[in-house]
Design a protein around this ligand. Structure first.
Ligand SMILES: *[C@@H]1O[C@H](CO)[C@@H](O)[C@H](O)[C@H]1NC(C)=O
Ligand SMILES: *[C@@H]1O[C@H](CO)[C@@H](O)[C@H](O)[C@H]1NC(C)=O
Ligand SMILES: *[C@@H]1O[C@H](CO)[C@@H](O)[C@H](O)[C@H]1NC(C)=O
Ligand SMILES: *[C@@H]1O[C@H](CO)[C@@H](O)[C@H](O)[C@H]1NC(C)=O
Ligand SMILES: *[C@@H]1O[C@H](CO)[C@@H](O)[C@H](O)[C@H]1NC(C)=O
Length: 268
């Protein structure tokens, strides 16, 4: 009896690579449900593999890289993937690299990614992602790459992202972002890398250094011209109506006067 218990207790120690990690499994199961793979390019993305994606440093799952039985890198680029990003990605707690670039992914970037405390590389570029950039990403303190270029992201760039001291690559070009560019990213303190115009360009309503300042003048000039033309036209119509009424009244007066005159005039 004692011997059996000892063996059962030793089992996890003897077979570390064969033990699945329940949170990696949860992460992969949900991710595979939220992703669509119309081109059928994801090899071995099946329930049985999710239960055991890694054996030590060996990965059985396409796109996954393993370290000590846990997934630490997930790289699925250019696979024609559709669908959305599952918030349960946050269950892959050992993840250091998440690269799903160059697909057709839609929907928001889940704020739950904040729980990936080891995340160093986030590359979701060239997709159709919408919504805002979650400011919670600031909690991933090890982030050194945030590449979100060529998506449909909107709203402001969270200025908190400038607090990520390890950030060395930041690209949000070609989205639908608006508002001022945070100086925490464009004009960082001398010892941190600054991000130039190429990181921000291609966002119609984004302004401020290193892009041109707020494009207000062009718009207000148009507004002034519009108001001017509008009120000019209105006063023209008004004065024309006035003149018409005046003419009508005068005409009637003249007619009346003429009538009077003709009445006063004796008939010959
Ligand atoms: C697919 O997964 C199974 C275990 O689920 C594994 O035995 C097999 O080697 C994997 N195939 C590849 C190509 O990794
Ligand atoms: C998995 O992720 C979801 C979404 O972030 C969270 O609600 C849940 O608590 C996580 N589960 C575990 C076991 O970490
Ligand atoms: C992100 O992925 C794209 C496409 O796969 C690649 O061209 C780009 O260099 C990556 N970004 C970074 C900062 O490595
Ligand atoms: C950058 O910041 C410094 C002070 O930290 C300031 O003097 C300078 O005007 C800023 N440059 C721009 C272009 O905003
Ligand atoms: C902008 O920064 C990138 C690296 O982030 C660099 O490759 C590029 O040459 C810079 N462009 C200018 C105009 O400085």
């Amino acid at each position: 009896m004692m011997g059996l218990w000892t063996h059962l207790l030793l089992l996890p120690l003897l077979l570390p690579g064969c033990l699945s990690d329940p949170s990696d499994e949860l992460c992969l199961t949900h991710l595979s449900e939220s992703l669509e793979d119309p081109a059928k390019l994801l090899q071995n993305w099946t329930k049985s593999t999710f239960a055991n994606p890694c054996s030590g440093f060996t990965s059985y799952l396409q796109g996954a890289t393993c370290n000590n039985g846990r997934i630490y890198k997930l790289s699925l680029t250019n696979l024609f993937l559709r669908g959305s990003l599952s918030p349960f990605l946050s269950n892959c707690t050992n993840l250091q690299t998440l690269d799903l670039s160059s697909n057709f992914l839609t929907g928001p970037i889940p704020s739950d990614l904040q729980y990936l405390v080891n995340l160093a590389v986030l590359n979701l570029s060239s997709n159709h992602l919408t919504g805002q950039i979650p400011p919670q990403l600031t909690l991933c303190a090890y982030l050194n790459v945030i590449d979100l270029h060529d998506n449909l992201l909107s709203g402001l760039i969270p200025q908190q992202l400038g607090l990520l001291v390890r950030l060395s690559a930041f690209d949000v070009s070609n989205n639908r972002l608006s508002g001022p560019i945070p100086s925490s990213l464009a004009n960082r303190s001398v010892n941190l890398p600054r991000f130039n115009a190429s990181s921000f360009q291609g966002n119609k309503d984004l302004y401020g250094y290193p892009l041109p300042p707020f494009k207000n003048k062009g718009l207000s000039v148009m507004a002034i011209v519009g108001i001017g033309l509008g009120s000019g036209f209105a006063s023209l119509v008004l004065s024309f109506t006035g003149v018409c009424i005046w003419l009508k009244v005068t005409e009637r007066k003249i007619a009346l006067e003429e009538g009077k005159i003709s009445q006063l005039m004796p008939d010959y």
